[in-house]
Write a protein that binds this ligand. Sequence first.
Ligand code: SF4
Ligand code: SF4
Length: 358
Amino acid sequence: MSQPQMRRATESGVPDNKQFLHPLLAKNYGNWKYHDRPRPGVLHHVAHNGDEVWTVRAGTQRQMDVWTIRRLCDIADKHAEGHVRFTIRSNIEFMVSSWDKVAPLITALEQGGFPVGGTGNSVSMIAHTQGWLHCDIPGTDASGVVKALMDDLYDEFRREEMPNRVHLSTSCCEINCGGQADIAIIVQHTKPPKINHDLVANVCERPAVVARCPVAAIRPALVNGKPSLEVDEKKCICCGACYPPCPPMQINDPEHSKLAIWVGGKNSNARAKPTFMKMVAAGLPNNPPRWPEVGEVVTRILRVYKADARGWERMSDWIERIGWPRFFEKTGLPFTKYLIDDWRGARANLNASTHIRF
Ligand code: SF4
Ligand code: SF4
């Protein structure tokens, strides 16, 4: 009888990371005694058997050309025993087995234009979505916003002077694959999609598009004798969810696609439960290449948080303690009934979804 065939390895998916680890990390995997931070940007791990590893964390512009990556790899070969890894916030980390190698590595990185920091109570590198370079639906360039903002926050990345760690994220559509953060910058569409009725029948699977709308605002329609779709603009919340499956429902607009700032999101369970972020500034112009209006609001919130929060309060803990009215007073941001979404009508608002009812 023939033996059952072993399942063949698939060619997609993430490869086993152990083969790429620094030898000391592979040797001591899951066997660490403690870790500390000798200075901002440097982590020090000590294993139960006495092995020590220093990790130097640096910031990059995230979307890098091949020459920049080669420069980073040259630094890794020359100063860091040939190993690097990226964190989930796109910091690059270099591992070395002796403290003597840390200072020359930091010098090489900073001379190459890569700031060392992002550890502890600093503003870490901004997690961002792909923007114009890779995705097919963005309304802005999340990576461009990141570059402009991190230039403003350069010193906060290199120091650990915030009350607690600060995670930022940017997203280039309202569907938002960027996720939660202490401060998040998210595209905000302010007009319903404009429909190119000549293309809908050829390009879109209409039932899928109808099902996609969270407020049931899309209906099939015959327009100029052709099967198409129509939007009930009174219901439409301008979320943009119909645009990815149906590009003729164009929602991106140079003037009416804006940026909004959300604050107080956190995934961790440390000290307080995870929280959802809430919108605190809306309608900021989508103004490349430096997005100065967004930078002004983000740095203003960070300045007030840094001055006013107690030690170890995350953004959400700080706002929870002082309350939303004080948040708006202290930051000087104008409050409107469209912000936060915990006003008493929010329940009806949420009930408007075709999927969620309570
Ligand atoms: S946030 Fe939206 S537009 Fe940007 S990469 Fe993610 S899905 Fe694409
Ligand atoms: S933008 Fe959102 S709410 Fe408006 S029609 Fe499209 S899916 Fe529905």
